[in-house]
Design a protein around this ligand. Structure first.
Ligand SMILES: [Zn+2]
Ligand SMILES: [Zn+2]
Ligand SMILES: [Zn+2]
Length: 159
């Protein structure tokens, strides 16, 4: 990412979620998008999105590090981080509508784990939610399609 001020290359400040320009001393704060995802680094990882095969970007949700596809907006996240995000966002649920039933077509989808390339297991999210998530038991990682995190958070709020 380039500095908007002097076009120097920005340095990402680890653990601070912002960029610093060593050339002119300015700070750059990445914007949070509508889903609460802050993209920190374009395509830092050599892992690719299992849906659209583009490099995943480093991003943060609720101050937790995730990998994010800026194209399809999917999120690739460790199990433990996923639980922390759900816990952190639970109180901010905006969901008031009825829980939608799971679309059976969701079970037919094939998503391969970006890290080990094995097919991810598809199962309902354990909880009151009506969402199917994909997980890799070998890597302890979860793949969430765009919008699935919101559904999980809404659902956990209903308990
Ligand atoms: Zn600068
Ligand atoms: Zn994608
Ligand atoms: Zn895996």
């Amino acid at each position: 990412m380039k500095c908007q001020n002097c076009a120097g290359t920005l340095t990402f400040m680890e653990d601070r979620n912002y960029f610093y320009c060593e050339y002119c001393g300015s700070f750059h704060f990445p914007e949070e998008n509508a889903e609460g995802v802050v993209v920190l680094h374009e395509a830092v990882d050599d892992l690719e999105c299992p849906v659209c095969v583009r490099p995943l970007a480093l991003a943060s949700i609720a101050d937790q590090r995730v990998l994010h596809c800026t194209n399809c907006r999917g999120v690739y996240v460790p199990n433990t981080t996923f639980r922390q995000i759900v816990d952190a966002l639970r109180g901010q649920s905006r969901g008031t509508g009825p829980v939608k039933p799971i679309n059976p077509a969701e079970y037919e989808r094939k998503v391969n784990c970006p890290a080990c390339e094995r097919r991810m297991e598809t199962h309902p999210y354990y909880g009151p939610g009506a969402v199917v998530i994909d997980s890799c038991s070998a890597c302890h990682m979860i793949w969430l399609d765009h919008g699935e995190l919101d559904i999980v958070i809404d659902a956990s709020h209903r308990k």
